[in-house]
Design a protein around this ligand. Sequence first.
Ligand SMILES: Cc1ncc(COP(=O)(O)O)c(C=O)c1O
Length: 323
Amino acid sequence: MTSATAAIEVALQLCDIGEGDEVITCAQSFFTVLNMIVRRGATPVFVDCDLVTRNIDLGQVEARIGPRTRAIVPTHWPGSLVDMDALYALARKHRVRVVEDAALVIGSTYRGRPIGAFGDLVTFSFHPNKNITSIEGGALVCNDDGEARRIDALRFHGIERLADGTRDVRVPGGKFNLPDVNARIGVEQLARLPQFLAHRRGLVLRYFERFPQGTGCVLPPRPQDGDGQSWNMFCILLPDGSSMSRKAFRDALEKRGIATGVSYEALHLSTLGRQYGYQRGDLPNTERIAERTVTLPLHAAMQAADVDRVCTACAEILPNATR
Ligand SMILES: Cc1ncc(COP(=O)(O)O)c(C=O)c1O
């Protein structure tokens, strides 16, 4: 596919999700999740996340499942996946589809099996800041031959090839096929995935070694030997009630030549999200993360010394830091 965004859109179309349907998703995710649900004409139903793993709160999902619920769209966070046993038990019990947003976690495993090798529908991104890239690109994985054929058609104008050599369209498709040149780059990158993942994991371990103590920041889950988790981003949470605003922290890093990001804003508090009746206070963990999260640099071209430089800068900037 041309992107994970296209993959999510096609997945929702494949599930015949449209007007009158509800799709449950986590408000601590990227805008595309909200956008694709709304573009299908469906209603997004937001639930909160865990404050440390940032994964969807499945207890809240179950509470929000109703007669109009058609699908759950969870985003897997680097460092720890959504509890897949619980997720699929819920989906089976209530007969709803699952579209896993695995944009950030290619190469992660769950009970020894790679993400995407099982489950319902799984989407990946090959955007340049992901763990492998095709410049732009994405993938939609399914596990049903009939659905694979339907996805093929939805990806390319809805075209079906007939036995007599002509073509037909029954369901309107889009134009989401990955160009061959991008695919060639992606295939090369795929071969190097283990090496890229090992490198990022090494950088994350360095962050855990060198990040200053005493700051009150919440770090992501610490990697454990053999945990099978891949890493794409390294997001910290600044302490609440600190004298330092997030902007001041980010500006101070920027002054030292260190770029940071925000992953993610709260989807339910976006102008679009609020149109579905959400307001501040509805999803406290999502909101706290949206206000206090900072994405520190983590990418394939970095070395341990770069992590050290970021950590030294954090120690200089953050109140109460000790080394
Ligand atoms: C969690 C998540 N899901 C999906 C996407 C969409 O990926 P793409 O840019 O390939 O459409 C992104 C993009 O950054 C993302 O962060």
